[in-house]
Write a protein that binds this ligand. Structure first.
Ligand SMILES: Cc1ncc(COP(=O)(O)O)c(C=O)c1O
Length: 339
């Protein structure tokens, strides 16, 4: 039997600033629309296998064609699909260190090798060196999150173009789970580079982590190929309906996204002497401080859950709603005073 490392899911009790979800649920008007629609669903019928209306709505939002978009059960499922499609035993995936832990998990399930290219403390890295490393190690696929989880670092489209051009025989998957919080996205490059695959999700900026809706964005030929390898009826009728209703209200989410970015930037620019908050283009920040134990004790006392990393001297903190943000500021102020 294969020895697969179990994926540890997140704690779900307390003030949850550990999984980069949206802190507030869908608005009551969206919930009401969902409630009204749900009674008219044909539960006895299989859902639309091609997710046509959902892909129409999402492609319009991204300003791409419907043929450029594939829907899946969260971006996790699409990442697994891509790893399974491009890799098998003996093949190698190149990612960054640190990056999203799910890549390790999927590589394990397909018996593929995983190489991690170390990044600097702030998540940045030298693209030319990265390219050389990929070529020297004859990797079969590249996958990294951009903005990076957990640093929040964003590789620019100019740098991504260099990477795509020089590694044009290798599929490059960019995981844009947090793109809505960033200055730019690589989706505008899909028709220029055949080796570009982008995953997106409604779990973060659109408050739908529970509905499990994700997308693959690429050129039409790639989407056609990957679609053939996808599980039939991958997205159930309830999730398709919820996602379509949510996407009718993007304006509401634009305001939420702007509010999160404002709080994030304010936190990054706060002048703590004993807490280092890294620059970020996502809805979370990487934080380092002198006395992690003391900081964690404050979090425990206030029932705040953050993402900790075994053996590392930093944690990752989701930018939550206004109330949660105030609480974090109070904790940081108190820590600063006492350390
Ligand atoms: C970088 C990154 N990619 C993908 C995901 C998974 O998102 P989804 O809910 O769409 O599966 C996450 C979730 O935390 C993430 O951090």
């Amino acid at each position: 039997m294969k020895d697969i490392k179990e994926y540890k899911t997140h704690t779900q009790q307390g003030i949850l600033l550990n999984a980069n979800e949206m802190s507030d649920n869908l608005s009551s008007s969206i919930l009401k629309e969902i409630q009204e629609k749900i009674v008219n669903l044909d539960f006895n019928r299989y859902p639309d296998n091609d997710c046509i209306r959902l892909r129409e709505a999402y492609s319009a939002l991204l300003n791409v064609q419907i043929e450029n978009v594939l829907a899946g059960n969260g971006s996790d499922q699409i990442l697994g699909l891509l790893i399974g499609y491009f890799l098998k035993k003996g093949k190698t995936l190149l990612t960054l260190d640190p990056d999203f832990s799910m890549y390790d998990y999927y590589c394990g399930t397909y018996d593929a090798n995983l190489l991690k290219y170390p990044t600097r403390d702030d998540g940045s890295f030298d693209v030319e060196n990265f390219i050389r490393y990929a070529i020297d190690n004859k990797v079969d696929m590249i996958l990294f999150s951009n903005p990076n989880n957990p640093t929040g670092f964003l590789l620019t489209n100019e740098e991504i173009k260099v990477l795509l051009k020089q590694l044009n025989t290798i599929p490059v998957v960019i995981d844009e789970a947090y793109a809505e919080f960033a200055k730019e996205s690589a989706t505008e490059l899909i028709d220029q580079f055949d080796n570009l695959y982008i995953t997106r999700t409604l779990s973060k900026a659109y408050a739908l982590a529970g509905a499990r809706v994700g997308f693959l964005v690429s050129n039409e030929k790639n989407i056609k190929q990957i679609h053939k390898a996808n599980v039939p009826y991958v997205l159930n009728c309830v999730s398709q309906m919820i996602a379509m209703i949510t996407l009718k209200h993007v304006e509401e989410f634009r305001n939420r996204i702007e509010s999160i970015k404002k709080k994030r930037d304010e936190l990054i620019h706060s002048n703590y002497k004993s807490i280092h908050i890294y620059d970020s283009q996502a809805n979370f920040v990487k934080v380092k401080c002198k006395d992690l134990k003391k900081m964690y004790a404050y979090f425990d006392k206030n029932n705040v859950i953050v993402r900790k990393y075994e053996g590392k001297d930093y944690f990752r903190l989701t930018i939550g709603n206004d109330q949660e943000y105030k609480l974090i500021k109070n904790i940081f102020d108190q820590y600063e005073k006492e350390v």
